[in-house]
Ligand binder design. Sequence first.
Ligand code: 13P
Length: 264
Amino acid sequence: MTTAHSGTDMQSFPCYLVANWKMSLSTRQSLELATALMHEASMMPIPDDLHTWIAPSFLAIPDIARKVAGTRFRVGGQNLWPEQHGAYTGEVSPTQLKEMGATFVIVGHSERRSLVHEGEELIRRKVKSAITNGLACILCIGETRDERKAGKTLAVLRSQITSAVLGLSPHEVRSLLIAYEPVWAIGTGEVATTEQIAEAHTTISTIVAELTTARCPVLYGGSLKPENAPEILALPSVHGGLIGGASLQSGSYFELVRAGLAGM
Ligand code: 13P
């Protein structure tokens, strides 16, 4: 099992800056960006407790895994199918991900929940399968604008966490990270306030502890940018970020790395 953290009660977590490149780049562009990141990293030593993870498209994983081998960067998938093999046309298994060089996977991103109607039961199976098959798992949760307006944010988070972590042992939670991504903040330029983020993150940590007796890092995602990162990444309840748009250029990604370092 790839444990991402120690999951004990007393520790503060490392900082994770996870680049989600979504379907934004060709394989060639992905490799170019990875090369630029390596170059930037060579000029700026990254401490052990700051984790730099990249989730490119499935197609670019093997090339990028080779490119970053021996560096502090880790590569992961943006999705997986919970079964190991079989008649699942178009899907990718945890073993296939690992074979390509992935060490983590993102599960339950709001784009998958809304675009391909991924439901809670499938998300739960994906989380369990990722972890039992040795991948660290970033579970994405978050409320829509309507849910926030209706005052349902904390109830939505509780329900999404409860269904996804059902059946995880405290040991398995050591491979879990949660990304709080308010749906209304993703790709919109509209960022949650530090009060909204702190409230959501504290609630998420409490719910995970209640359900599993363990803790996991909670990352923020949703229009995280160099301009807002210093304030957000300095919040004690924020253990890093899941970054879309601002991760598509090495310069802005490394500004987030510097903000992460300053907030540690
Ligand atoms: P943006 O940073 O582009 O808002 O995307 C966030 C996200 O969805 C990361 O998974």
